[in-house]
Design a protein around this ligand. Structure first.
Ligand code: CMC
Length: 432
């Protein structure tokens, strides 16, 4: 919050024409101030107008805190930098979903559950066979997650909620890996209980029956880091979609499936795929990155620097900072020299000094460097957003669970300002 912003107030005053209305305020644990407009329409007949919801708090949440001005991201109070350095994805998933870091017994039980629920029903394999080889794995992922509700129809918020949460976490990586194997026409590799979550995912993607395969430690650690960094990001497009769908009391699998679809878009999780395609285009065009900076600045061109800009971060994205540091290390440990990394660094350096980007507070976001690391790990471009979904899953689940546990939670139902025709009479076909 900038120093001119509100700090603590009990009431906000709203003047409409000559009438004055009092609106209560609500203050979060990090002093974020919200003006409670829940009674606004009842009291005044007016609604607020906030296209893109940039100023609208849709819920109270105790899961993730972001201060976009200061570049702060915390899960349940723990800074992302500490979690990235000291934790692992299973630890972080438990933290997000259940609200505290697991003790040894809890972690062992969670790990046991996640390995022992990772098989998918054999009948689900037939679904994969129905997709064309060109199918985007995000489409398959979403369809498969939604299909889980056919196998576990009791996935509402009931006695089995924890079991279904575990099932989903355990099975998503199997589904994701199978969708990749399907796309390259290789036999599916079944999950292994002796491997970590990240190593199992990589093994299912890269092992083949014809030769032994061991997941390189550096690749396993890189994936774990990427999953941690993507694990939650408060009320973004996909998470709000999960909450929106879940608010109708749709089951867990249906709600998460809708989040996967929302994530797919190029302005959201799909940006990691777009970044690599953009960098490849620049490379194939002779590596003239300055030309593309100019193109991004040209309002007529509609070209955007993918992996740049963020609705919330206005200084830097702490996840991008961590990933930039790890990109060099991971590439050198894997032994990959990627010219796209040099292009990315050059683009960043120029953009950060350019008035257009400074004025609009446009900085590299998490997707700017993640794709380069995924590439070095051997993950194909069309699987990048699937990896993002895998990482974001515990966040979606935590947000869905929090919403279902909130007393008095209501179905999401925004209003609109209608700008269409006013009442007119129907015109018969012969007179049109
Ligand atoms: N390249 C060039 N110009 C940009 C870019 C960009 N990447 N991003 C924003 N702008 C300009 C935009 O044209 C606008 O300029 P003007 O004021 O002259 O009209 C100004 O900056 C403000 O942008 P905005 O579109 O109003 O910002 P937003 O908050 O609605 O959108 C965003 C945020 C992330 C969708 C947008 O910055 C963008 O499209 N970035 C590229 C896609 C991307 O990298 N998405 C991944 C986001 S991080 C992963 C995730 O959590 O989803």
């Amino acid at each position: 919050m900038n120093k001119d912003h509100l700090t603590l107030t009990d009431t906000a005053k709203l003047f409409i024409n000559d009438k004055e209305f009092d609106l209560p305020t609500t203050v979060g644990s990090e002093d974020e101030v919200g003006i409670d407009i829940s009674q606004l329409r009842n009291k005044t007949g007016a609604i607020t107008f906030d296209s893109g919801y940039g100023n609208t708090g849709s819920c109270q949440s105790s899961i993730t805190f972001i201060d976009g001005e200061k570049g702060i991201l915390r899960y349940r109070g723990y800074p992302i930098e500490e979690l990235a350095e000291k934790s692992n994805f299973i630890d972080v998933s438990f933290l997000l979903i259940f609200g505290h870091l697991p003790n040894k017994a809890e972690l062992e039980r969670f790990h046991f559950q996640l390995t022992h629920h990772s098989l998918i029903h054999e009948d689900m394999k037939k679904f994969f066979e129905g997709f064309p080889p060109t199918a985007h794995p995000m489409g398959i992922l979403s369809a498969m997650v939604s299909s889980l509700s056919a196998f576990y129809p009791e996935a509402g918020y009931d006695a089995d909620v924890e079991l279904n949460i575990v099932r989903l976490l355990a099975k998503l990586k199997t589904i994701a890996a199978f969708s990749y194997k399907k796309s390259i026409g290789q036999p599916y590799v079944y999950p292994r209980n002796d491997l970590s979550y990240s190593a199992d995912m990589l093994n299912m993607m890269f092992a083949v029956p014809s030769e032994p395969y061991e997941v390189p430690k550096v690749v396993e650690e890189a994936l774990d880091l990427l999953l941690i960094l993507h694990a939650d990001h408060e009320q973004n497009c996909s998470t709000s979609t999960v909450r929106m769908v879940g608010s109708s009391e749709a089951n867990l699998f249906a709600s998460i499936s809708s989040g996967i679809c929302a994530l797919w878009g190029p302005l959201h999780g799909g940006a990691n795929q777009q970044v690599i395609q953009m960098l490849e285009k620049i490379k194939n065009d002779g590596g003239d990155y300055k030309k593309y900076i100019n193109l991004a600045k040209d309002r007529e061109s509609k070209f955007k620097l993918m992996g740049f800009g963020h609705r919330v971060y206005k200084n830097f994205d702490p996840r991008a900072k961590i990933l930039k540091g790890s990109a060099d290390r991971v590439l050198s440990e894997i032994g990959v020299k990627d010219p796209l990394l040099d292009i990315a660094k050059n683009l960043e350096e120029i953009a950060l000094k350019d008035e257009f980007f400074i004025e609009r507070k446009l900085y590299p976001n998490v997707d700017f460097y993640s794709g380069i690391i995924y590439r070095a790990m051997g993950i194909p471009t069309n699987m990048f957003t699937v990896m993002f979904a895998l990482g974001r899953l515990p966040g979606w689940i935590a947000q869905w669970k929090e919403m279902r546990e909130t007393p008095g939670a209501r179905i999401y139902r925004p209003r609109q300002i209608y700008t269409g025709e006013t009442k007119r009479s129907f015109v018969p076909l012969e007179k049109r």
